[in-house]
Design a protein around this ligand. Structure first.
Ligand code: DX5
Ligand code: ZN
Length: 226
């Protein structure tokens, strides 16, 4: 399981240090939540902030756009240093055109679905996608409860991909912690996003390690407790 800490739960007054903290703690990707106050009822960071923190890590930037008209903003997020750009199929955009635009800039394309959206809607685009993001909370805010009933959607996307011989990653986002990650691991999730689970943990590296191990205690810790 790859681990993508979401900066939404970091201390924004020292965002550069927070990036370094999760990089040193063993993160695989940095997840950046962009919200516009229209697509979701919250506002967060934009391309200028993303560009300003690009210098603090070489980890891939996993940019999650929760905005209307994502097609209009692909260029600026590419310029800001995005490695993966994921947008919502529910946003007002030509989905195929938006994917093609992302790919034309040499960036990996992801398509996200909200909890109320069925998995089948992403099938026509799978052959052009790097990743499908299955939301496990309603997008908009960190710190919500994990929706385990989204896991059949992961299974559906995975089996459609394997039926068609496609290698598309599945990411889950929302309410992931060491307690909930095992449900995601069981259905073959490739990347888990975690905001509060990582940034509010006492030990960042330990939190990331537990997520990578899908919530299981490592053998060493078990031995110590015997
Ligand atoms: C929610 C965001 C998530 C959020 C996850 O709309 O997309 O990335 O930061 O936060 P936690 O892990 O606290 O649910
Ligand atoms: Zn996110």
């Amino acid at each position: 399981m790859q681990v993508a800490p979401s900066l939404l739960s970091c201390d924004f007054s020292k965002i550069g240090e927070e990036v370094i903290r999760v990089d040193k703690g063993g993160a695989d990707l940095i997840h950046l939540d962009v919200m516009d106050g229209h697509f979701v009822p919250n506002l967060t960071i934009g391309p200028a902030v993303i560009k300003s923190i690009r210098q603090y890590t070489e980890l891939p930037f996993d940019v999650h756009l929760m905005i209307d008209r994502p097609l209009d903003y692909i260029d600026v997020f590419a310029d800001a240093g995005a490695d993966i750009i994921t947008f919502h199929i529910e946003a007002l955009s030509d989905v195929g055109e938006t994917i093609d635009k992302i790919r034309s800039l040499g960036i990996k394309a992801g398509l996200a679905i909200k909890p109320g959206t069925p998995p089948e809607v992403v099938y026509p685009y799978l052959d052009r996608l790097y990743m499908v993001l299955v939301m496990t909370v309603e997008p908009g805010f960190g710190g919500q409860s994990f929706m385990a009933d989204m896991m059949p959607k992961v299974t559906a996307v995975k089996s459609e991909c394997s039926k068609r011989g496609l290698d598309v990653l599945v990411e889950v986002d929302g309410g992931i912690s060491e307690k909930t990650v095992s449900a995601a691991a069981e259905v073959g999730v490739d990347i888990c996003v975690s905001g509060t689970g990582v940034f509010k943990a006492k030990d960042t590296a330990e939190a990331i390690r537990l997520l990578r191990n899908c919530g299981a205690e490592p053998a060493q810790a078990l031995r110590r407790s015997l």
